[in-house]
Ligand binder design. Structure first.
Ligand SMILES: Nc1ncnc2c1ncn2[C@@H]1O[C@H](COP(=O)(O)OP(=O)(O)OP(=O)(O)O)[C@@H](O)[C@H]1O
Ligand SMILES: [Mg+2]
Length: 292
């Protein structure tokens, strides 16, 4: 298998690192992807993707539909294997935490479990002590405004509340890396805004490495430290845009900042051609299907 996960890199560090060594360790990326390629049969979904994601970085991915964003996230989560290339995930030695937790688009909580049990699921699966479960789940249900609904079942919740349960579950599980695949795309504008602000508050409290896919250029700028724009299929890196907006961020205030408009313009000008190209590809495929 060509995919590698280099774990516990810190285990080889000297016991008392020098200042320079400490600096290097801090600078070491949480995720290092080198020349990643994924094909499904003859179809190349991702090609030649190389990038580093820093520890604690809020990293956004945008790109046209079908360019391989979800595939890339699934490879990072270990749910899919790469065809070639390498992925290194730097997890601290001896940490009793899962490497990652994924928040999917739409319904990803168990319908037969209460809100509390859904949020506690990851911790229970790794046999966390009852006191830890109580403390963590209680904390994140509180942070996501769900304490009152702890005994509810998913069918008694709105779409926004279900997404909050997914977020509470992911944070309660305390992963090294949080992988989020368009978690808010199915929500109405008001709920989306509230959840984006909640996510920023939780992230400010406990800075985690986040890899977050979105179709919304606005959302990418509200949340991210850095944005990767991908090309139309096969998905490659088109470019990176850094978001130099200060934190903590208040989303409504950001919209008034002149840099906000400039960033949206820069990202969209990278993205526009790729979205157009993806559309043309779809039209060609549809025409071929018709003919043959
Ligand atoms: N298991 C699979 N078998 C065959 N093809 C697949 C498989 N998974 C994904 N693909 C193809 O790989 C390409 C990339 O899919 P992916 O879901 O990663 O795109 P995406 O960028 O997340 O798109 P969207 O923005 O619409 O969610 C698509 O053309 C898809 O059909
Ligand atoms: Mg996708």
């Amino acid at each position: 298998m060509s995919q590698t996960a280099t774990k516990n890199l810190r285990a080889v560090e000297p016991v008392s690192p020098t200042a320079a060594e400490s600096q290097r360790a801090a600078a070491r990326p949480a995720i290092r992807i080198h020349d990643l390629r994924k094909s499904f049969g003859q179809f190349v979904a991702i090609d030649g993707v190389s990038l580093d994601i820093g520890r604690g970085e809020f990293f956004m991915i945008v790109g046209p539909s079908g360019c391989g964003k979800t595939t890339l996230l699934r490879i990072l989560a270990g749910l899919e294997t790469a065809s070639s290339g390498t992925i290194e995930i730097d997890t601290p030695a001896g940490a009793d935490r899962p490497e990652n937790a994924m928040v999917f688009q739409g319904e990803s909580i168990f319908p037969w479990m209460t809100v509390w049990n859904n949020a506690a699921y990851g911790l229970r699966m790794r046999n966390a002590p009852a006191a830890v479960i109580k403390e963590r789940v209680g904390h994140y249900l509180d942070r996501t405004g769900l304490t009152r609904f702890a005994d509810y079942y998913p069918h008694q919740l709105s779409g926004g509340m279900k997404q909050r349960v997914s977020i509470a579950r992911a944070f309660a599980n305390d992963p090294e890396i949080l992988l989020m695949d368009e978690p808010f795309s199915a929500l109405d504008a008001q709920n989306k805004l509230l959840l984006q602000e909640e996510l920023l508050h939780i992230w400010d409290e406990q800075t985690k490495t986040v890899v977050f896919i979105t179709h919304s250029v606005d959302e990418a700028v509200y949340l991210g430290d850095r944005i990767m724009v991908m090309t139309a299929q096969p998905g490659r890196v088109k470019g990176f845009v850094r978001v130099p907006l200060p934190r903590p961020r208040a989303i409504i205030e950001l919209q008034k900042a002149p840099e906000f408009g400039e960033l949206i313009h820069r990202i969209w000008s990278e993205l526009r051609d790729e979205v157009q190209r993806a559309r043309e590809q779809e039209n060609q495929d549809a025409a071929q299907d018709k003919r043959g």
